[in-house]
Design a protein around this ligand. Structure first.
Ligand code: GDP
Ligand code: MN
Length: 392
């Protein structure tokens, strides 16, 4: 689950990281009012940033500075409602603009090869980081944290030195890098990225200018499988940007991944779902989705799964493959028959149900005139033929 910059920043703050204050605004008036508060607190300029779950907002014109509250409101009215990579901007972050001296990149990911959390840093931070990664991968330095000991200070220091930082900034960098690691562990995140990690110049109490490192941007992807351990993070799900099909699947407890093919698959069990997809391909078809209705699937789940499949206009045939264990075959059959009767679109379907109550299931399906198959091969072959027939 991706979360917005403002939420990501609050998770970084919780680990004690240096994050400039912000407010979230949903209307130009709110932007103006928030800006007024930052100016009253001494800001020389404010920054207004689109809150959308895609990168490259700066390049798309979704990050702008303003010199007074009226200008901030005007900038807010331009960014709110803007389309960034297909997403409408509904809210913005407002904060005192930082006086940036240099932009670094710092990120933490779960590296599946080393099976460790890896910290990555670059002196070439900012909006061009993708180009740096592509053209000068050597400019990105890495270090893997130890699963038992975490990210040790010397490791973080080595990373900071590699990107050219020297004390006192280097010391600050060590704390920030360890904070990113702590955020990964505490929140079960897949990715925590700060770009730019900026050196900013600020006027101290004595009037002298001091430089320090701050997290100017934050991007966090939470591990969906870890969310159950953090009920509080559920409030950070941005329903504005969640695909309605994904939302429905989540509510039904169905694992659903949309794909590009024409054969909608309804299967119980992830392994069986993958096998089913392999066989569809083997017989010359392309699956339209991965769909695991889960163990013990009942009536509503089956009806819901059917709606998810039919929501995809590319689906030309449906293949149902159920192995009855805890799941009762007759329950699934009854669900299919009901879903069929409510179906808005006529799509051919072939059903294979084996295991618990398969005999009752077969009787129900036959009575309802549904196409059945005795083996998985036969089911896949029939579904591919049906999809091709429908395409003609
Ligand atoms: P992204 O483009 O979606 O990654 O959004 P960022 O928050 O990283 O902003 C993009 C760029 O805008 C940054 O790399 C900075 O150069 C600039 N920027 C962001 N915040 C500020 C700020 O407070 N002051 C100044 N001067 N520039 C900023
Ligand atoms: Mn950024």
């Amino acid at each position: 689950m991706k979360i917005q910059e403002a939420d990501a920043k609050s998770l970084l703050l919780a680990q004690g990281l240096p994050v400039p204050a912000w407010e979230v605004a949903r209307t130009p008036q709110e932007v103006g009012a928030a800006a007024e508060r930052f100016f009253a607190a001494g800001a020389e300029r404010v920054v207004v940033k689109a809150q959308v779950l895609v990168g490259g907002r700066g390049k798309a014109g979704g990050v702008k500075l303003a010199g007074n509250p009226a200008e901030a409101q005007e900038v807010g009215s331009r960014i709110l409602g803007m389309d960034i990579k297909g997403i409408t901007v509904r809210k913005v972050l407002v904060g005192a603009a930082a006086n940036i001296v240099k932009e670094y990149y710092l990120g933490a990911i779960v590296d599946r090869v080393s099976r460790r959390i890896v910290l990555m840093a670059s002196a070439e931070g900012g909006v061009e980081i993708e180009e740096v990664a592509r053209e000068n991968p050597g400019e990105i330095h890495r270090v893997a944290a130890d699963p038992q000991l975490g990210l040790l200070a010397f490791q973080a220091r080595g990373l900071g030195l590699a990107i050219g930082l020297r004390d006192p900034l280097l010391n600050q960098f060590v704390g920030i890098a360890q904070g990113l690691y702590a955020t990964m562990r505490t929140e079960d995140a897949d990715l925590v990225e700060v770009n730019p990690l900026a050196v900013v110049a600020e006027r101290g109490a004595d009037g002298a200018t001091v430089q320090r490192l701050v997290c100017l941007d934050a991007k966090i992807t939470l591990d969906d499988s870890g969310l159950a351990r953090h009920p509080g993070l559920e409030t950070m799900r941005d329903l504005d940007e969640e695909d309605p099909v994904d939302a429905k699947a989540r509510h039904l407890g169905i694992n659903f991944i949309h794909l590009e093919g024409t054969i909608g698959c309804m299967v119980n069990g992830a392994g069986l779902a993958m096998t089913t997809m392999d066989l569809v391909k083997h017989y010359g078809g392309e699956p339209a989705n991965f769909l695991d209705v889960g163990g013990g699937a009942r009536h509503e789940t089956v009806c819901g799964a059917m709606e998810l499949i039919l929501a995809d206009p590319n689906v030309k045939a449906i293949l149902v493959n159920i192995f009855g264990g805890i799941t009762r075959g007759d329950e699934v059959a009854a669900g299919l028959i009901e879903a069929r009767s409510e179906q808005v679109r006529e799509v051919p379907m072939v059903v294979r149900i084996v295991g618990t109550n398969a005999v009752e299931a077969a009787r129900l399906l036959r009575a309802a005139n549904l196409e059945t198959a005795n083996s998985l091969d036969e089911a896949a072959e029939k579904a591919v033929a049906l999809a091709k027939g429908a395409a003609r």
